[in-house]
Design a binder for this molecule. Sequence first.
Ligand code: CA
Length: 423
Amino acid sequence: MNNKDQKSWIEIKQGSDFPLYNLPFGVFKTAGSEPRVGVALGNNVIDLSVLAEQSFFDVQEISDPTVFYEDNLNAFIELGQPAWKKTREILIDLFSEGNDTIPGNEELRPRVVLGMDEVEMLLPVRVGDYTDFYSSLEHATNVGIMFRGKDNALMPNWKHLPVGYHGRSGSIVVSGTDVHRPMGQTKADDASSPSYGPSRLMDFELEMGFIVGKETALGEQVKATEAEDYIFGMVLFNDWSARDIQKWEYVPLGPFLGKNFGSTMSPWVVTMEALEPFRVDGPAQDPKPLPYLENVEKSHFDIALEVAVQPEGKNETVISRSNFKHLYWSIHQQLAHQTVNGCNVRVGDLYASGTISGPTEDSFGSMLELSWRGSKPIPLQDGDERKFLQDGDTVIMRGSCSNGDLHIGFGEAKGKLLPVKGQ
Ligand code: CA
């Protein structure tokens, strides 16, 4: 049923992010119609609401097939892991080569199989709480060196717990949504007092996020070894950052207005089941974390990541290539730490990784690091260069996994930086 080589009767180009094996979930709408749930298959979106209407999901595991008529995935996710697995199983069967149920029905086929260019993708989940971790050793070290100097780059707690902070869920937007340069209060190093104006140091943060699939009660802990029972899937995430606002406001409390003016999520949620073949070991952890953070085997996922910047009307340049497997703390440890004090988690919560920087200079996950605080311009195609983002720049993040013949991907998390609103 879950054959990785299983072909579909839908034509899918070699190297597509969305072969039959992937089947990521999203929410979309077409002109003049209501939002509904779909999966990506090649260059197509499969309309699950039509399949539900035709009773394809009338099985015990899917207790309420009307979840596919919702404008977010939360109700579907709440049905639980058996429903996610059964939905996937039904879809793999229906769309496998040789199954004539849909292609043999001329009335049904065009209602079920839509072209990606015919649909508008919406935010896939109604995000409840959003936590942003800070789990890349390379990123934390780089930023620490820039802000605190080489000798105490890492705070003393960093290798003992996955540091994180609570973010702002209401300003998370789906890929394709424009983001405005924020206004704010900043203070130059050599200035005696702060000033007010547009941020001058606009940046992205290359991150991934996982979406919680099962709630806990207040007081309950999730062990790292059980964490995957609580995770529905993963997305790409751009945590747009205004470095000058951040730098002036964040000591000693943490990020606030330098971060919460917009964050971009990819529209397709890739399930943990689809990611299973891409498990790898994470980096060795020394010192050994406390027992409640004891991790599972192969706790990381080999997800190649890239960031491209495309100036207005010009070609894009890939300026960073990193990998999710570089993270020091795994998603299991993040969830175990988030809940160690009894903090509850809810379906649709988003837990972002923090900037995913790799060990080499071309794998850094922010412009702050790539340009080393603006001291080294980043070359772009056509003779352009950047230290930080300019108005009109589009930032495009991509992620994919390849393993022998199997390739799956996340598509894109893309957003254009516009000038300050009204200017
Ligand atoms: Ca971040």
